[in-house]
Design a protein around this ligand. Structure first.
Ligand code: MRU
Length: 371
């Protein structure tokens, strides 16, 4: 189990924040060591996101917002309120450049940019602009936990109603969508937590999630930590597992959901969805509304991040020794897009989005109704 090397609570909390101070759990060191890194400004935040100290769509948005909140809390700024707003707008643009696929980061940045520009219009000094920014960034932390708990309970209720014949459910998940990928509790893993809390989870299966091993490194750690009955499988064992009829449902998170329901998530998610379709297994996406990008009509428009060849050439997602021949070409997309027609339903904090009679999601209509 993880040992704490620098005095922080030994927990699943990836983001430790109090005003003026941000510490991020270095997820590359889990499950054997629990080390928190001090994040002092936007530049530290950018590197922590790019280098996978913190990862998971909601967690990177919140970590980015809070890294800048720490920087401005400690800043001695000379300038007008408009200068303060421009300073924040530019820093947020820079933070968004750290990783491209998850929409939560750019969604958070856009909301914060609008807020500071509006605050600057009526402010007589820079301080209220920075204060409005800090307050809004801090609210993102608490709002995310509340959203995840709501996703968990909507999802658990919906899954129990959908899947007949099994008193207790076996659920397969991919990547890490738990406390470590969010401000707490998790999205897809939050639904698994809720199913377990309600006594209806027989077992969770988690994939290793090559090449970076978010499943074996992080999800297995969370499941063991919470004493949830669980089994780790190789990514390549998914089809065989489904054929053995041991899975009632697949539930995954999302990095960006297009208006038609096409969903970008960790590489390998599309494989799971294809296997699920073939074996008649329900396939669910669990994500907060902030993961939905209504500006994109389909998943074809989603930018997929490609990561370093080192993640494949070296063991342990690039952190270990070399295991493949130098000189081999590598293609390493971090995400793939699962088409909406392979997705049964999308579980959000506002409820579950199902398909209409036309067999399509009306995500825009759902969001408008839920406002
Ligand atoms: O590359 P990562 O580890 O940031 O990818 C994470 C995922 O793909 C998650 O499934 C997604 O961000 C949802 S996290 C609640």
């Amino acid at each position: 189990m993880a040992k704490d090397s620098n005095g922080a609570a030994n927990s699943l909390q990836s983001i430790l924040y109090e005003r003026g101070s941000l510490r991020l759990l270095d997820q590359r060191k889990l499950p054997l060591e629990s080390v928190y890194l001090d994040i002092k400004d936007a530049s530290d935040g950018w590197s922590a996101i790019r280098d996978m100290v913190v990862r998971g769509a909601p967690a990177i948005a919140i970590a980015a917002a809070l890294a800048l909140a720490v920087e401005v809390h400690n800043l001695d700024f000379a300038g007008t309120p408009g200068d303060a707003a421009s300073f924040l707008v530019k820093k947020l643009e820079y933070l968004v450049s750290s990783r491209p696929t998850a929409v939560n980061l750019s969604d958070a940045a856009t909301k914060l940019q609008k807020l500071v520009l509006k605050t600057a219009e009526t402010a007589s000094e820079p301080k209220p602009v920075f204060q409005a920014y800090i307050d809004a960034a801090e609210a993102m932390l608490s709002d995310d936990v509340a959203a995840n708990k709501a996703i968990g309970s909507h999802g658990a209720r919906f899954l129990q109603g959908q899947i007949e014949g099994s008193e207790r459910l076996c659920v397969l998940t991919h990547c890490n969508t738990g406390s470590l990928a969010t401000a707490g509790y998790g999205t897809a893993l939050g639904v698994i937590r809720s199913l377990h809390a309600e006594g209806v989870l027989e077992k969770a299966f988690c994939t290793e999630t090559r090449p970076f091993n978010q499943g074996s490194r992080l999800t297995a750690f969370e499941l063991v930590h919470d004493r949830i009955p669980a089994t780790l499988i190789a990514d390549s064992a998914v089809a065989a597992l489904m054929k053995s009829r041991q899975v009632d449902a697949v539930i995954v998170g999302a990095d960006r959901v297009a208006a038609n329901g096409d969903t970008a998530n960790k590489i390998g998610t599309y494989n799971l969805a294809l296997c699920a379709k073939h074996h008649g297994v329900q396939f669910y996406v669990a994500a907060p509304i902030t993961s939905i990008d209504l500006s994109l009509s389909s998943g074809q428009q989603i930018i997929i991040e490609e990561r370093s060849s080192k993640e494949l050439l070296h063991s342990d997602g690039g952190l270990g020794k070399q295991v493949a021949a130098s000189g081999i070409a590598v293609w390493n997309p971090a995400f793939d897009v699962t088409p909406a027609d392979l997705i049964t339903a999308i579980i959000t904090e506002k409820g579950v989005i199902t398909k209409g009679v036309d067999d399509a999601f009306d995500i825009k209509g759902f969001i408008q109704k839920s406002l």
